[in-house]
Design a protein around this ligand. Structure first.
Ligand code: FAD
Ligand code: SF4
Length: 333
């Protein structure tokens, strides 16, 4: 691994000031925050990331999980995935988030991984992680070998001719369905970004993945108050039962009254270039009877614009069945 300077800032403002000296907050950033290190250190060992400076944020006071005055939840950026998954309020009111977190990685990794680090984990595309190969995300303009190569696990929604990488996170799928807001402290002050606006689609610039700018420190994430009577499920389909990323997953938060769906939030994992909320499937469900046939119609709507590659056409039907089954599980639980 290359050499780098290791910095322990005394407070968030000092961390932001140092990070603001970076040329970019995107791929290839010369200054990086490090939290659990389970994404970043891996990528540094592979020389995919070679920051000159690492800012350790683990000692900053950003690890609390607490109620907000409006009845929602505030989750600190360095709250560990395991602490969040097992938090009583999360288990009671945001079960979809707890289930998604516990379906990810391993107990050891979840003990290290943080909320902000999980939001910013990188694609598992094999070409991205191999510096001997071209990759538009890692080195803009070099090409995308995945389009004609190994693409079984990659995305079918939101891709471009320049990148078909899938976002690998489970947590973010649940947060998309829960309509989380990401809070950022930057060189120009603080701002709050809804999760739906936080990630960028690859388009012509797959090296730009989020709206983050140099200096931007994620301080916390908020969730709106839970909807009374809503049912929540996270269903993850993968090649083996543990220690594996999703081929397709679905987070559903649904309310049914008198047999009809009154509200639905549906997000998909494993198939999108970003955590994939599906307003199309939500619109197809609201006002309809909570029936298997209508769940399938919602799933069809979610995958209508899917663009499969040579090895991942199977994901279309897999994702449809995943949504249908998750809705059935939620409404019969
Ligand atoms: C073997 C393995 C299996 C895995 N399986 C799964 C899985 O099944 N499902 C799943 O969802 N995930 C999985 N993961 C990914 C894991 O969830 C992430 O690695 C983890 O969540 C990243 O968190 P971290 O705190 O370790 O991030 P770090 O590695 O510390 O940081 C990741 C990125 O976030 C940035 N960052 C961190 N904190 C902040 C902040 N506060 N503000 C701004 N930027 C910040 C860093 O600069 C870095 O770019 C797996 C990982 C491994 C190694
Ligand atoms: S899919 Fe994206 S990450 Fe993978 S090789 Fe192509 S450009 Fe790189």
């Amino acid at each position: 691994m290359h050499t780098f300077e290791f910095i322990r800032p005394k407070d968030p403002a000092a961390a932001v000031a140092t990070a603001a000296q970076a040329k970019t907050a995107q791929q290839g950033a010369d200054v990086r925050f490090v939290a659990g290190g389970t994404t970043l250190i891996d990528l540094m060992k592979l020389n995919v990331e070679t920051p000159a400076r690492l800012i350790d944020i683990n000692r900053l006071p950003l690890d609390k999980i607490e109620a907000t005055p409006d009845g929602g939840l505030k989750i600190g950026a360095t709250a560990r995935n395991s602490d969040l998954a097992h938090h009583p309020t999360v288990q009671r009111d945001y079960a979809v988030l707890s289930q998604a977190l516990l379906s990810g990685a391993t107990a050891q990794l979840r003990n290290m991984a943080t909320t902000a680090g999980n939001l910013l984990q990188r694609t598992r595309c094999v070409y991205f992680r191999d510096t001997a190969m071209p990759c538009n995300k890692r080195e803009p303009g070099t090409g995308c070998p995945a389009i004609t190569g190994s693409n079984r696990t990659l995305a079918i929604l939101g891709t471009s001719e320049h990148c078909i990488a899938s976002n690998p996170s489970d947590m973010c799928v649940a947060m998309a369905a829960l309509e989380a807001t990401i809070h950022i402290q930057g060189a120009k002050g603080t701002r709050a970004v809804p999760i739906g606006d936080f990630y960028l689609l690859p388009g012509n610039t797959p090296d730009r993945e989020t709206v983050l700018e140099p200096g931007d420190l994620i301080t916390h994430v908020t969730l709106p108050p839970p909807r009374s009577g809503s049912k929540q499920v996270y269903l993850k389909l993968r090649d083996r039962a543990s220690y594996e990323f999703a081929l397709a997953s679905a987070a559903v938060v649904i309310t049914v009254a008198g047999g009809n769906v009154t509200r639905a939030r549906i997000a998909l994992g494993g198939v999108g270039a970003k955590p994939w909320r599906s307003p199309e499937s939500e619109a197809a469900l609201v006002g309809q009877a909570a029936s298997d046939a209508n769940f399938r119609k919602a799933a069809e709507a979610a995958l209508r614009d899917a663009k499969p590659q040579s090895e991942n056409r199977f994901k279309i039907e897999l994702a449809k069945r995943c949504i249908t089954h998750a809705l059935k599980m939620a409404t019969t639980a």
